[in-house]
Design a binder for this molecule. Structure first.
Ligand code: MLT
Length: 217
């Protein structure tokens, strides 16, 4: 029987009093340092927790196993999601952040782990930004819904060769139906991330989670 493992992480407490924590989830082959420079765009009144996925694919970290490109090992998606949630909840007690006030920011495989959190723990996140998302559970879609109506920013690339437009539309509809306040922002891009994605995410974030800004920082 596989047991839950800890995850590698970086935790940076906010420079201003903060209620929220940005949860950074990297893409395939990334690590806990990848998205840290982008987190700075979201302002100083946020704790930042950045995780590294526990799965290795040819030496590249991921958040869950896949059988092929775009074909996920759904049993592992479920196992790794529970593993990650248990780890984050334990860490929140040690580090002193509120585990009910996490806003996930995930790219590619990290967006899909954030999506697995929405499906399996629909009340957990305060919000989520999904850069180039793909539905993480298709054969094992749970019955899920949220009463928190958390905002979700869904940012597919309109020329992304790894995701079919119809599948992406079905996934967005599923999240909406479950009660998430989903905003779709199609990037004129492939699977790669553009500066425009970051700008759109920062604007969306400040609209839903107003935070103070540092003057003379
Ligand atoms: C990736 O390259 O990471 C995929 O597009 C997404 C995934 O495998 O979760």
């Amino acid at each position: 029987m596989t047991t839950y493992q800890a995850l590698h992480y970086v935790y940076q407490p906010a420079r201003l009093p903060a209620t929220r924590t940005l949860l950074l989830l990297h893409g395939t082959g990334g690590d806990e340092h990848d998205l840290l420079p982008l987190a700075a765009h979201f302002g100083p009144a946020l704790n930042v927790l950045s995780l590294r996925g526990n799965v290795l694919e040819n030496g590249m970290p991921r958040f869950f196993r896949r059988l092929d490109v775009g074909l996920f090992d759904e049993e592992d998606v479920i196992f790794r999601t529970h593993e990650l949630v248990r780890f984050v909840r334990q860490l929140s007690e040690r580090a002193g952040f509120d585990a009910t006030q996490l806003v996930a920011l995930g790219y590619s495989n990290g967006a899909n782990m954030a999506g697995a959190l929405l499906l399996l723990y629909p009340e957990l996140l305060a919000g989520a930004i999904l850069w180039r998302p793909m539905q993480p559970l298709v054969r094992h879609v749970p019955a899920f819904c949220t009463n928190r109506h958390q905002p979700v920013l869904f940012q597919p690339g309109s020329q992304d060769p790894t995701v079919q437009l119809a599948a992406s539309a079905r996934y967005a509809a599923l999240l909406k139906q479950a009660g998430f306040e989903l905003k779709r922002h199609n990037a004129n891009a492939g699977h790669n991330l553009l500066h425009d994605d970051v700008e759109a995410a920062v604007a969306w974030f400040h609209q839903h989670f107003p935070t103070p800004v540092l003057v003379n920082s």
